[in-house]
Design a protein around this ligand. Structure first.
Ligand code: BGC
Length: 396
């Protein structure tokens, strides 16, 4: 049973509607926003619950271009991104699961997750700050990966909807207690995801700690512009605005060098198919994935923190779908899902192949707390951490 109605911006039955024509379904809380003018909407619904019984909510953001983004409060994750192709055919281009249990069972994928307190690796799970040594859980060989065994990806974040003049979204907050995963100080984090009619998915992070600490937040969405579960990303074409990258050792810890990409498979300064050099005989590719090679490196962005400059663009020539990344961060981890094997079922019963997605993780460089020459990740007590990263999707 549906009724068609028109009403100004306000909350109704858990739906935030911006002066748009909507179709309300009586049985469940859904909205079909119309495709004209300002039709932006955010809908809240129950996604599920954790084994401990904590409710997990989903926020569904829609714009006038037929694009939608789903954010869930478990791990403050991007659970789905629906985007039309050049012919208007919509596909979900984000890898993920239909329920909370999927995210728990395959936690090591970090699908869509907000990563904290520290994105990527810290060598030996240790760092020194203000004369003290801090020991973190070693959950990736000898190193700490993505904040340790119980990182921000496993927290259920508090959430509330956002409505501004030009965007809809969700604000998520999480307080990480002093000593959480070994990190010093209580850290309060606020994260805002917004979607607008320019197809910009904007993520703004802010955080404050009551002691000096280290922080490196990022988002771990895996994109496949052909549609999640629809083959590999090897024919998709990437441009990374970076002359240099941070080479790693065999445990994927940076050596400290900033190496030129010129003459290496890491050179994406001009648009290059992701699969073109992925099989090259190259020690770095072997470190990233010993059996078949793969990308899993931090590029030193030439954008130097300028949010107006294009950092990364990846396009799928077949579908015409494109994602661009803009960020205030100095680096990006471009990871080609080297450890996916098609061995489990994701959303809609689809499986995800080896190289079935790529991540664009805006970040400070891995292991910065042990690398004095890298841009600092120290957050002093009372200072504000701030990051903005925009994923812009085409066609609009
Ligand atoms: C890391 C990979 C890791 C993956 C986990 C990426 O950010 O760079 O090394 O395997 O996350 O899913």
């Amino acid at each position: 049973m549906t009724t068609r109605t028109r009403f100004p911006s306000r909350w109704q039955d858990g739906i935030l509607v911006l002066g748009a024509a909507v179709v309300l379904c009586a049985s469940n809380v859904t909205v079909a926003a119309d495709k004209t003018s300002e039709s932006l909407a955010v809908t809240q619904s129950r996604f599920g619950k954790t084994p401990q019984g904590q409710a997990v909510e989903r926020y569904h953001l829609t714009n006038r271009n037929g694009m939608s983004v789903d954010i869930i409060t478990y791990g403050a994750r991007v659970q789905a991104i629906e985007l039309p192709d050049k012919n208007g055919k919509i596909a979900d281009i984000a890898l993920g699961f239909d329920d909370v249990q999927g995210y728990i069972d395959h936690a090591d994928t970090y699908f869509g997750a907000t990563i904290g307190r520290y994105g990527n690796r810290i060598a030996g799970g240790q760092f020194r700050l203000d004369g003290e040594t801090y020991q973190l859980p070693q959950n990736d060989g000898p190193n700490t990966l993505h904040g340790g065994t119980q990182g921000f990806d496993k927290a259920v974040w508090a959430a509330s909807p956002i409505e501004t003049d030009r965007a809809v979204g969700v604000e998520l907050t999480h307080v990480s207690p002093d000593g959480d995963m070994g990190f010093p100080g209580e850290l309060a984090v606020t994260l805002r995801y917004t979607l607008d009619n320019d197809n910009d998915l904007r993520i703004h992070y802010s955080a404050v700690a009551d002691q000096d600490t280290v922080i490196n937040l990022t988002n771990h969405t895996y994109f496949n512009l052909a549609g999640a579960g629809n083959g590999t990303i090897l024919d998709q074409v990437a441009m990374i605005n970076a002359d240099r990258f941070t080479p790693v050792d065999e445990t994927l810890i940076p050596t400290g060098e900033l190496a030129d990409v010129a003459g290496t498979p890491m050179d994406f300064r001009t648009p290059t198919a992701i699969g073109k050099n992925i099989h090259a005989d190259n020690q770095q590719l072997d470190y990233a994935e010993p059996k078949q090679g793969g990308y899993d490196f931090n590029w030193v962005l030439d954008t130097r923190g300028n949010l107006d400059d294009l950092a990364v663009r990846v396009s799928d020539p077949q579908s015409g779908r494109t994602v661009e990344m803009y960020t205030t961060e100095p680096g990006v981890q471009f990871y080609t899902s080297n450890f996916l094997t098609g061995s489990f079922t994701g959303k809609g019963g689809k499986t995800y192949d080896h190289w079935g997605g790529f991540t664009l993780e805006a970040q400070h460089y891995p292991d910065t707390p042990n690398q004095p020459d890298f841009p600092s990740t120290t957050l002093e007590a009372g200072d504000k951490y701030s990051q903005t990263t925009v994923y812009k999707f085409l066609p609009e």
